[in-house]
Design a protein around this ligand. Structure first.
Ligand code: ADP
Ligand code: MG
Length: 396
């Protein structure tokens, strides 16, 4: 199923290997790394390349410097941190292209590691300028992409360089992400259940449409549920409803029925009179939402019903929280999904920045089969799209 070359398929000893990683880590105002998850996620690939005697050139973006060098977005703090994790020196380059960088690359010995400065300090990165891609390509003999989180973008470092450098192979993180997501969508063990939530229907239309052709049951929660309920003629009070998507929601409900997919909507809610962390949660009697209230989470009956469906599933894909989990009083619905997944012996795949944050809040991360590191990329994958950064890699 995974038809691209991986780093296990290629010869890297003594070669200059350009490895695109995702070191887009959060920094505090002093430039200290506040969460190194993304650096750690790339370690297996980095270790493999170093142990195979590659001359390793690591490249990443950080933040949105918009094509200009800006010390606020420098990758410099990552070099000592990575060095500590790896237990070997990591040199920091002053830029990602140019004569100075070329000099540093040609001085590399087998097994050495050089971290290039932020790719997005050059406008050519996000614009995928051929000239910029050529300068990066000139640094190396072999290309590796382990940055799943940016695979949905056709940038110079994800699409331009691999078009010029062969072989172009997937790193372990990239491979793992694609295998889990791909397996779930292409050959799911059934029952296959998707849990879709989050704020807006408009963000997830394509995901829902794609999954309707694959899943047995679709559980809908979060802010988008109220646009669906409105489409069914339910009173939604002050809840988030995208008026211009009600018709589309009705079409999706009809499509689910035609395809024999069971699409479930909340039957009760936790409501509040305002969108606030201090608001007192009010449980609804049934599905109807009072005119003066807004639903901020699924209610206890829905929690129980959704958990029961998950318990019976063999494959579960989850994207989007069931409520405003950032407010403790409205986190229970989302937590219930995480708990049900943790208790069920199924393939569980979680994608989406906020959903992953919610699962991490539960401490149940280790009970999930796969937690995707790429919010946008995993969403586009679930939409059934080809990711440019994957398409660009050499076929097996
Ligand atoms: P993900 O990042 O996992 O793809 P989204 O970005 O689509 O998820 O949605 C997450 C956001 O949806 C959260 O900030 C959450 O507060 C919000 N949300 C969930 N339920 C509701 C609701 N009932 N009303 C308003 N916002 C909601
Ligand atoms: Mg989000």
């Amino acid at each position: 199923m995974f038809n691209k070359l991986t780093i296990d398929d290629i010869e890297v000893s003594g070669k200059r290997v350009f490895c695109r990683v995702d070191f887009n880590v959060p920094l505090d105002e002093n430039g200290a790394i506040t969460d190194d998850t993304r650096i750690r996620a790339a370690l297996p690939t980095i270790r493999k390349l170093v142990d195979s005697n590659a001359k390793l050139i690591l490249a990443s973006h950080l933040g949105r410097p918009k094509g200009e060098a800006n010390p606020k977005y420098s990758l410099a703090p990552v070099a000592p941190h990575l060095s500590e994790l790896l237990g070997r020196p990591v040199a920091m380059a002053p830029d990602c292209i140019g004569p100075q960088v070329e000099g540093l690359v040609s001085a590399l010995n087998d097994g050495d590691v050089l971290l290039l400065e932020n790719l997005r300090f050059h406008i050519g990165e996000e614009k995928n300028h051929e000239d910029f891609a050529r300068q990066l390509a000139a640094l190396c003999d072999v290309y590796v992409n382990d940055a799943f989180g940016t695979a949905h973008r056709a940038h110079a470092s994800t699409a331009g360089v691999p078009a010029l450098v062969r072989p172009a192979a997937a790193g372990y993180l990239m491979q793992k992400e694609l295998q889990y997501l791909g397996q779930a969508l292409a050959e799911p063990q059934r029952p296959f259940v998707a849990v879709i939530g989050g704020a807006k229907v408009s963000d997830k239309i394509l995901v829902i449409e794609n999954l309707l052709g694959k899943v047995d049951t679709l559980l809908i929660g979060g802010g988008m549920a109220y646009t669906f309920l409105r489409a069914r003629g339910v009173a939604t009070g002050k809840s988030l409803v995208e008026e211009d998507r009600v018709e589309l929601a009705a079409e999706l409900l009809a499509k689910a029925q035609q395809r024999g997919v069971e699409l479930m909507l909340p039957e009760d809610h936790l409501m509040a009179d305002s969108f606030s962390a201090e608001a007192t949660p009010v449980a609804s009697d049934g599905v109807t939402i009072d005119d003066s209230l807004m639903a901020l989470d699924i209610g206890p009956k829905t929690r129980e019903r959704y958990a029961r469906v998950i318990t019976g599933a063999r494959t579960v894909v989850w994207n989007g929280p069931m409520g405003v989990f950032e407010f403790n009083a409205f986190a229970e619905g989302t937590l219930a999904i995480a708990r049900a997944l943790a208790e069920t012996d199924c393939l569980s795949i979680i994608g989406g920045g906020d959903s992953v944050a919610a699962v991490n809040k539960t401490g149940l991360q280790d009970k999930m089969t796969h937690i995707s590191t790429g919010g946008g990329a995993s969403l586009e994958f679930l939409e059934g799209k080809q990711l440019p950064g994957v398409v660009a890699l050499s076929d097996r």
